[in-house]
Design a protein around this ligand. Structure first.
Ligand code: NAI
Length: 301
């Protein structure tokens, strides 16, 4: 097998001024991609901003012999997203790869969460992933090739105390990616999702230093790069990744119970164990496949 390369590929990495995004950008550039390093340079909660973070990553890529250009727009508006995609088109003439990585945190218990905490987190993660991908979509379709990587979180997949805003945004991203996977398939545009765990300024206050030392972003970026390659034919998948661990994550449905006709509340109670049994659970390919489970039972009763 030959090495996976990205020569003649143009990639946008959002939030690439530090943390995971920086690592993704450096890896893609080291394997030949021309990279738009987007970052508005704000703090973890989304306040402030500046050009320094993105510029430093561009300088590092160029010093290593790669090609990159900086962009400082926010992903969280349609206008900002169009400028990010415009930067790729102006600098490199096309677009092949989008890595939706930019993110912020406004952790607070549900009782204390303000509308602004909710709005801001959804804007950056969910709207940001949508705006950037929407601006990129015509270019990817024109190309007849696209690889889009979205960034969810265990907090979105499983829930996490104090993160209602973040987990809602992060699971929203999974829905966005899964539907785009279906809409993009015939143009060879693949959409997949990562749920990373890594050392970054986001996690340095919530994990002990000895553990963080073993969770560098360089354990996450190889999976991201693979998902961006033409080798990757998978679509609509979710992968947990970090510290050397990589695994597919799936939403699964159990075998269920097929009642004959409308059931009573007591019938539900009687077979509760079987309803909850996931021992024969399987992932389903799309919403029609999911709906057909119930339709099949309905038609046979
Ligand atoms: P980070 O804070 O180092 O990186 C996020 C970057 O996004 C920052 O450089 C920030 O300036 C940029 N950014 C924020 N708002 C932006 C906007 N509106 N437009 C453009 N750029 C913006 O944090 P980290 O850990 O590298 O996070 C990267 C992604 O991974 C985020 O989506 C995060 O939610 C996700 N994630 C990280 C985990 C971890 O263990 N580090 C766990 C689960 C998910």
């Amino acid at each position: 097998m030959s090495d996976i390369r990205f020569d003649n590929r143009v990639a946008i990495v959002t939030g690439a001024g530090g943390g995971l995004g920086k690592s993704h950008a450096l890896l893609l550039a080291s394997r030949g991609a021309k990279v738009v390093v987007n970052d508005l340079g704000g703090s973890v909660d989304g306040s402030g901003g500046g050009s320094r973070a993105a510029d430093a990553v561009v300088a590092e890529i160029k010093a290593a012999g790669g090609e990159a250009v900086a962009n400082y727009d926010g992903v969280d508006t349609d206008e900002g997203a169009k400028k990010i995609v415009g930067t790729a088109k102006d600098a490199f003439g096309k677009l092949d790869i989008v890595i939706n990585n930019a993110g912020i945190l406004r952790d607070v218990s549900f009782m204390k969460m303000t509308d602004e905490d909710w709005e801001k987190v959804l804007r950056v993660h969910l709207y940001g992933s949508m705006y950037v991908t929407k601006a990129a979509w015509p270019l990817l379709r024109e190309n007849g090739f696209g690889r889009v990587v979205f960034t969810t979180s265990a907090a979105g997949l499983y829930g996490n105390f104090g993160q209602t805003n973040y987990s809602s945004a992060k699971l929203g991203i999974v829905g966005l990616a899964k539907t785009l996977a279906q809409e993009g398939a015939k143009y060879d545009i693949r959409s997949n999702v990562i749920a990373p765990i890594a050392k970054s300024r986001m996690t340095e206050t919530v994990m002990p230093p000895d553990m963080l030392a073993k969770l560098g972003p360089e354990f996450v970026s190889p999976l991201v790069a693979y998902l961006c390659s033409s080798d990757c034919q998978d679509n609509a998948q979710i992968y947990a990744v970090g510290g050397g661990y990589v695994s597919r994550v799936a939403i699964v449905e159990g075998q269920g119970v097929a009642y004959k006709g409308p059931m009573s509340v007591d019938d539900i109670a009687k077979r509760w164990g079987e309803i909850n049994d996931l021992s024969a659970a399987k992932p389903l390919g799309n919403a029609m496949e999911a709906a057909s489970q119930a339709m099949r039972v309905a038609m046979s009763s």
